[in-house]
Design a protein around this ligand. Sequence first.
Ligand code: CTP
Length: 455
Amino acid sequence: RTRERSIRSLMRERLPQDRLEILEEAGRLAESMSYQIYAVGGFVRDILLRRENLDVDLVVEGDGIAFARALARKLGGRVRAHKKFRTAVIVYTPPGEGENGKPLEEQKVDVATARLEYYEYPAALPTVELSSIKMDLFRRDFTVNALAVQLNPNDFGRLVDFFGAQRDIKERVIRVLHSLSFVEDPTRILRAIRFEQRFHFRIGKQTTRLIKNAIQLKLIDRLSGARLFNELKLMLREKDFLLDLLRMEEFDVLKAIYPAFAITQREETLLREIEKVLNWYALLYEPTAPRQWLLGLMGLTERFSDEDARGVATRLAMPPKDRREFLYLRKQCMAVLEQLNTWKYEDGSRSGLYFILEPLALEGILFIMARTRDEDLRKHISLHLTKLTHEELEITGEDLIAMGLEPGPHFSQILRAVLAAKLDGHAPTLLAELGYAERLVRQMRRGEAGALRNK
Ligand code: CTP
């Protein structure tokens, strides 16, 4: 049962002009090819929820790949087509420029083909054209994600809601479309929780029952590591991922993923600190964003044995690089925390801390910050991240050569010693750096082998 409603004006109000123009362009183009075309899924949901979402998903009743090629020509973009699935991705750079004259970021539009035979439906159905968008929506995860909005010029903005999505958005509930949804795709268990927490919705009663059933049937065991890892990463990228994890614990999903996973008071406290540190770091607007999933996983596995840490990496089929990094970072962090146990601020401890933290990836440093209870240490780590990591010497190896020194491994030793002096405030100017370096070079010449040892 469809209730006719147009969200044309809401779209005009909510979407950036260039997005709107692309949708209109897509509508005109589809019309000229005699196709029906719709924007679908999370994009439509987020218009109704008044949340920003720039990932456009289009569904075409017709030849999706041919349509994508034609639209890409109009947008001056490229197409990656997947013939087998009759889908395509258009990648294009919008015209105009962003701040400081840089070209705008590349954008993506996903195009899918809605076709009946795809769903193994009886072949001779009379209303193929009308039903195919409905079938496309029916195979989706939740009612709130099963909305479409038509883009053809005469119907632009017509909302297509076969499954009561508008009602569920109003009632703020996550509901599956049919009782086999979690059997069809168990990652939807994690997705249900993710959307519930993100939108402050509630998973519906029947859907809750189906999730519990799916867990009891051990459907999570059937999921490949790669899909599970992907879904877990998406979850850990959410702003309040701790809420997701607590909900996972409530449903016994965490245990189902890996038996040693549990959110006790200890994990909860640590993960809350990790969230705080991440929020703090985000406000610095540093160019590199930390991998939130890595920090989340560090928090979840903090009290794990090495064996269990390896077990998790294996269950999640982590790609070798991720696996190595995760396991290595854990070891490094344990060692650094041990080293910092007796840390207290005194002269020279700035550079001392700098060299202790230097080998750690950003996620490791943030983890240490979240993990320590020493407020003083935390302040110094924050200074390290905001200021000291940006410190650079003004002198270079050239200056050492000018002092008559032969290049060699002692170069970096001297430069590090000068850097230490600078970090500790003993070489605040270029002149002081030079002076400091000269003194070290002289000492070295005099064969004072110990001169550099402590630096
Ligand atoms: N979908 C689904 N089942 C899945 C994954 C996706 O039914 N296991 C459908 C949903 O209709 C979803 C759409 O595919 O809206 C696009 O998937 P995705 O980009 O993962 O979801 P979004 O809803 O856009 O979520 P997000 O806001 O997190 O990007």
